[in-house]
Design a protein around this ligand. Structure first.
Ligand code: DX5
Ligand code: ZN
Length: 225
C-alpha cells in the first residue's frame, strides 16, 4: 500500500462567511478537502449542499472528498459529482445496495467511499475491503453530525481490524478516519493503520491552519516511519 499519511481538512469547522479565505489558508499544505453534507435526518444537523460545493470548486484545485451523511445518497451522487466532487463517500447504514451505489458513483468518474457509524459492527465492511471493491473506507471516530467532539477510544480496534481486512486482500483502498483528531492522538491513529486523516476543528480553529496541517502531517508520518 501507499504508506503516506495525509491530512484532509474538513471545512465544517471553517468560517462559512469566509470559505474561500479559509480554503486558501490550507490549499498548499494538503491534497484533499473534506466536505460534510448533513441532512437533518441521518444526523441531527444540517450543513451545506450542492451550491456550496459548486462555488468552492471555482476557488480550489484540491481533491474534493465529499462525505454524505444523508438517508438517500442515491439521489445526490450525480449532483455532487457535477458540482465538482472527486470522491463521494456514503454511509453503509443509508443504502440497501452498497455495491450498486459504488458502481454508480464510479460511473460518474468519481472515487467511491464507504463510511461506517461507530455503532455499526465492523464486520459489515468485509465485502468492501476486498481488492478493488471500493476506493476508500471511512471509519467514524465520533457520532456523525458535529465537529469538535472527542475521539472515541473504541475506534482504535476498529481501525486495526479494517487495516487487517484491507491488507489481507491487498486492497489499495484508502483507510480514512473522521472525528476528534488532534496532535495528541494522530500518532496512535496512524499506528493503528489510518492514512487519510480528516481533521476539522484541529485545523480550522487553530491560529494558523496551514501550519497545523503541516504539523499534523509530520506527527503522523513520523510515527509510522
Ligand atoms: C462529523 C464530520 C467530521 C467533522 C470532524 O460528523 O463528519 O468530518 O468535520 O470534525 P472534528 O475534526 O472537529 O472532529
Ligand atoms: Zn466527515
Amino acid at each position: 500500500m501507499n504508506n503516506e499519511l495525509k491530512i484532509v481538512p474538513s471545512i465544517l469547522s471553517a468560517d462559512f462567511a469566509n470559505l474561500g479565505r479559509d480554503i486558501a489558508a490550507i490549499e498548499n499544505d494538503c491534497e484533499a478537502l473534506h466536505i460534510d453534507i448533513m441532512d437533518g435526518h441521518y444526523v441531527p444537523n444540517l450543513s451545506m449542499g450542492v451550491p456550496v460545493v459548486k462555488s468552492i470548486r471555482k476557488v480550489s484545485k484540491l481533491t474534493f472528498d465529499t462525505h454524505l451523511m444523508i438517508t438517500n445518497p442515491e439521489d445526490f451522487i450525480k449532483p455532487f459529482a457535477e458540482a465538482g466532487s472527486d470522491m463521494i463517500t456514503f454511509h453503509i447504514e443509508c443504502t440497501k445496495d452498497a455495491e450498486a451505489l459504488i458502481a454508480d458513483i464510479r460511473k460518474l468518474g468519481v472515487k467511491a467511499g464507504v463510511a461506517i457509524h461507530p455503532d455499526t459492527p465492523i464486520e459489515v465492511l468485509a465485502p468492501f475491503c476486498k481488492k478493488g471493491a471500493c476506493d476508500l473506507i471511512l471509519i467514524m471516530c465520533v457520532n456523525p453530525g458535529f465537529g469538535e467532539q472527542s475521539f472515541m477510544e473504541s475506534a482504535y480496534d476498529r481501525i486495526r481490524a479494517v487495516r487487517k481486512m484491507l491488507d489481507d486482500d491487498s486492497s489499495e483502498a484508502l483507510l480514512a478516519i473522521d472525528g476528534g483528531i488532534r496532535p495528541s492522538n494522530i500518532a496512535s491513529a496512524a499506528e493503528a493503520g489510518a492514512r487519510h486523516i480528516v481533521a476539522g476543528s484541529a485545523v480550522f480553529k487553530s491560529e494558523d491552519p496551514g501550519a497545523t496541517v503541516r504539523k499534523l502531517t509530520k506527527l503522523g508520518n513520523d510515527s509510522i516511519r
